[in-house]
Design a protein around this ligand. Structure first.
Ligand code: HEC
Ligand code: HEC
Ligand code: HEC
Ligand code: HEC
Ligand code: HEC
Length: 189
């Protein structure tokens, strides 16, 4: 009886040690795979890229020397980085590749004065307090939260930035506030 109990206890202890080892190694592997400068984990489950009205490659365009903020501005009150005005695209595409179907579609949006209906990729749960501006002012860079966008041929939700655990772990790492009311309005009054 006793020895069975001890064997079982030993077995559990070994299993726990093995699991801890696996977890540590899995975490190391994940950290190694992540782009330099990214401060939060990638999503474990794959998040396929949504189909966009026009196929847009960040990799191709950033290789042209364009900066993020040429296309993504941060107007008041500063919560959003916004999507580029079609006229920003047309600085080049009135001439560049203008005979290709995707660029003809782009030109149609421009002509009809319609905003391109880009499908959202990253989205925080409604009601959670969020703003880009406070983060940019605190020196947080795009890569920290969105990963190495310059290498993306299609935009997908590769990082876990919209999860509460990611918000909080980065806040801890940068001595930013972690009390619930930083991000949640409840309990209201
Ligand atoms: C030539 C303009 C252009 C440049 C430069 C550009 N982007 Fe974008 N970005 C877009 C367009 C158009 C979309 C919407 C289509 C898509 O998701 O691919 C987008 C989408 C995104 C999204 C997803 C938004 C969402 O729906 O949640 C992120 C994140 C993003 N860009 C980050 C960046 C970062 C970081 C850089 C700089 C490294 C950058 N972009 C440079 C045009 C641009
Ligand atoms: C601290 C993390 C963080 C940083 C730094 C950050 N983003 Fe975001 N980004 C997010 C989150 C979270 C969302 C989802 C926001 C929402 O739902 O309103 C988002 C959404 C976006 C969107 C979708 C449109 C919008 O504004 O909601 C774009 C485009 C974008 N980010 C581009 C950028 C670019 C370009 C930079 C660098 C200049 C940047 N982000 C820096 C976390 C970050
Ligand atoms: C600085 C100039 C510049 C800007 C601004 C720019 N592009 Fe481009 N774009 C290019 C170049 C260069 C290519 C590559 C053309 C080639 O393959 O010969 C390209 C290629 C493309 C293609 C692929 C065309 C094809 O089918 O081969 C699409 C789609 C596209 N751009 C969309 C956009 C959109 C949408 C915007 C605005 C959000 C934008 N571009 C802004 C320079 C630009
Ligand atoms: C890459 C690190 C990082 C990530 C990820 C991050 N934050 Fe932050 N956050 C900061 C830093 C740094 C500050 C600035 C703190 C300061 O000004 O003292 C900040 C400030 C804020 C503020 C303003 C606080 C205030 O009172 O001024 C809010 C709200 C906030 N973050 C919400 C979020 C939410 C929600 C998420 C997840 C969706 C998130 N943050 C993800 C680093 C991060
Ligand atoms: C730095 C920002 C941040 C802080 C601080 C924070 N949360 Fe959250 N919380 C979030 C985000 C972002 C979500 C949405 C997560 C998602 O959609 O996966 C969330 C979601 C939740 C939810 C799910 C229901 C809902 O409202 O969406 C609960 C419950 C919650 N938080 C409780 C707390 C409690 C309790 C605290 C304080 C101990 C806290 N949170 C502090 C960012 C934060």
């Amino acid at each position: 009886m006793h020895s069975t109990g001890r064997t079982a206890a030993l077995f559990v202890a070994v299993a726990v040690l093995l699991l801890a080892g696996f977890a540590a190694r899995a975490q190391q592997a994940q950290q190694r795979a992540q782009p330099a400068g990214q401060e939060i984990r990638d999503n474990i489950a794959p998040h396929p890229a949504p189909e966009q009205p026009i196929p847009f490659s960040h990799k191709l365009h950033i290789a042209q020397g364009l900066r993020c903020q040429t296309c993504h501005t941060n107007p008041d009150p500063g919560s959003e980085m916004t999507f580029p005005a079609t006229s920003t695209c047309m600085m080049c595409h009135t001439s560049v590749a203008k005979d290709r179907p995707a660029i003809m579609k782009l030109a149609d949006f421009e002509k009809s004065n319609q905003a391109i209906p880009w499908v959202r990729v990253y989205q925080v749960t409604p009601g959670v307090t969020w703003t880009h501006r406070a983060h940019l002012q605190a020196g947080m860079r795009c890569t920290m939260c969105h990963g190495d966008v310059a290498q993306l041929e299609v935009m997908a939700q590769n990082t876990s930035v919209t999860a509460m655990g990611s918000c909080i772990s980065c806040h801890q790492a940068h001595n930013a506030p972690t009390v619930c009311s930083t991000c949640h309005a409840w309990p209201s009054t």
